[in-house]
Design a protein around this ligand. Structure first.
Ligand code: BES
Ligand code: MN
Ligand code: ZN
Length: 513
């Protein structure tokens, strides 16, 4: 359904216009929202008319109380010109309804219904109804996402859908008191939905299709939105001195790339930019320190950090964010080969610091170290936030519920944590400190690049910190959230697009003005 989903906002007072008798006379699905103890909005009651009674009886039978997560599905509702009446619960125990999840939940129940009218009307009107409705719209879109371009056999469901209406376009109308406000807010959400879709697609694509050069090509598409995109190839990277990054890719037949995306939306071109940096290991076999076979296919998603940065840049440019932003991604493939990097090798990083390679499967930090150094040196950003599927250890520590947050700056860390709670893309701050940093001491070089079995996520972060040159910085370890995380109301995709909403919100709430 993704891509063939049209969503409009209409005036609630017009929504009742469609009168009719009995099932089948109008077709389509009517969605009504219910609050605690089955409270319905006044307009909803008016539009349901005599069917209000039907809802009450059905609710009693189904023990439907209007709580979030509950739904009442009434087929062929008498007295309504719809084939189906879907009543969705919105009440939450300790908080206001979450309209994003609600939109997702509605889309989950619709399963392929082509014509739908959502009555966005509650007994308790949300403070900013336009915003709430736009969130609902985003939730609908995110839930509708599908990655099925490699499936040649469509399910029976999809076949009937295509046959019955001659096209697969689903049309959803959201009726509310402030359609103009919703439209305004939805503009911003459209770019966000596209950005998240881009990020999910990049993570889901197989590694024979998505390798550094083809990934860079996709990032180039941001040029259509006015983003400046520069691709540094291996020749350029050699010249600049990205030896630590190049070492990771030297066992692969695919050329490594670094992509720099620049969005200049601030009034002054000279305003210090924000910088977002992503790990883009298009496939991580582990290299010479090769990974076990089990689940190695998941390592096509080891570029989720870079995917998030591209999705974020899309979202920011699409809404013409009034801020200067740098997006930088290091794209490599980590493979074992006669030319591959060995444990014991010593490389000189872009920063000049020398690094003894210990385990070639700890490749992400090598890629990021050079990109972080380059970005702070060249662009003097206000801060750098990097995202990386960096360590399995963060999954051991935090599971799939929180991403790990490491930072040298309390204000930045606090803002990120706050935005995590606001968007549901939650962060948990982890410690950094000298004692951990010491674990990176090497007999032969300025440092070694892994710290041993204990505190694996922290020593990885300590390594990165050695390449940020004291610029305010945060590292988000998204190994547990960027891919293969549990499905939710708004995400059923393997690649979640995690972080796009979080960072878009960080930018809009704190750095635009
Ligand atoms: N890409 C992996 C981390 C990872 C693991 C991401 C599971 C997503 C799911 C990373 O490059 C890696 O292999 N890290 C090693 C580091 C170790 C060798 C110090 C790890 O976590 O085992
Ligand atoms: Mn690895
Ligand atoms: Zn990796």
């Amino acid at each position: 359904m993704a891509g063939h989903l049209q969503i409009d906002f209409n005036a609630l007072k017009d929504a009742g216009a469609r009168k009719g008798r009995g099932a089948g006379s109008g077709g389509g699905t009517l969605v009504a929202l219910a609050g605690a103890d089955l409270t319905l909005g006044a307009e909803t009651r008016r539009i349901l008319g005599s069917a209000t009674d039907l809802v009450k009886r059905a609710a009693a039978t189904a023990k439907f109380k209007g709580n979030a997560g509950q739904a009442l599905d009434i087929l062929a509702p008498a007295g309504l010109a719809y084939d189906r009446l879907l009543v969705i619960g919105t009440a939450k125990k300790d908080s206001a309804p979450d309209y994003l999840s609600l939109g997702g939940a509605i889309m989950g129940k619709l399963n392929g219904s082509l014509q739908t009218m959502v009555l966005f009307d509650l007994a308790e009107t949300p403070a900013d109804i336009g915003r709430a409705a736009a969130d609902l719209m985003l939730g609908l879109r995110l839930r509708a996402y599908k990655f099925d371009i490699y499936k040649t056999k469509k399910s029976d469901d999809e076949k009937t859908k295509a046959k019955t209406k001659g096209s697969e376009t689903s049309h959803i109308a959201i009726a509310l008191t402030d359609p103009a406000g919703a439209k305004r807010e939805a503009k911003h959400r459209d770019g966000l939905a596209q950005g998240i879709t881009i990020a999910r697609n990049l993570v889901n694509e197989p590694p024979n299709v998505l390798y550094p050069a083809s990934f860079a090509q996709r990032a180039k598409e941001l040029q259509k939105l006015g983003v400046n995109v520069d691709v540094l190839d291996e020749k350029a990277l050699h010249k600049l001195g990205f030896r630590m990054l190049l070492g990771v890719g030297q066992g692969s037949d695919h050329e490594s790339k670094v992509v720099i995306m620049r969005w200049n939306g601030a009034k002054s071109a000279k305003a210090k930019p924000l910088a977002f940096v992503g790990k883009g290991v298009c496939f991580d076999s582990g290299g010479i320190s090769i990974k076990p076979a089990a689940s190695m296919e998941d390592m096509k998603g080891d570029m989720a950090g870079a995917a998030c940065v591209v999705g974020l840049m899309h979202a920011l440019a699409a809404r013409k964010a009034k801020v200067n932003v740098i997006g930088a991604i290091g794209l490599v493939e980590n493979m074992p080969d006669g030319k591959a990097q060995r444990p014991g090798d010593i490389v000189t990083s872009l920063s000049g610091q020398t690094v003894e390679i210990i385990n070639t499967d700890a490749e992400g930090r090598l890629v990021l170290g050079d990109v972080l150094w380059y970005v702070q040196d060249k662009y003097k950003p206000q801060f750098m936030v990097n995202l990386a599927t960096l360590t399995g250890a963060i999954l051991v520590a935090l599971g799939t519920e929180h991403a790990g947050l490491f930072s040298n700056n309390d204000e930045l860390a606090a803002r990120l944590t706050e935005m995590g709670l606001a968007t549901g893309e939650k962060l948990w701050r982890m410690p950094l400190g000298e004692a951990y940093d010491k674990l990176l001491e090497s007999k032969f070089a300025d440092m070694k690049h892994t710290g041993g079995r204990y505190a694996g996520s922290i020593t990885a972060a300590q390594f990165l910190q050695r390449f940020v040159n004291n610029v305010p910085w945060a590292h988000l370890d998204i190994a547990g959230t960027g891919m293969s995380s549990p499905a939710s109301d708004i995400n059923q995709s393997w690649g979640s697009g995690w972080g796009v909403r979080l960072l878009d919100r960080l930018v809009s709430d704190h750095y635009e003005g």
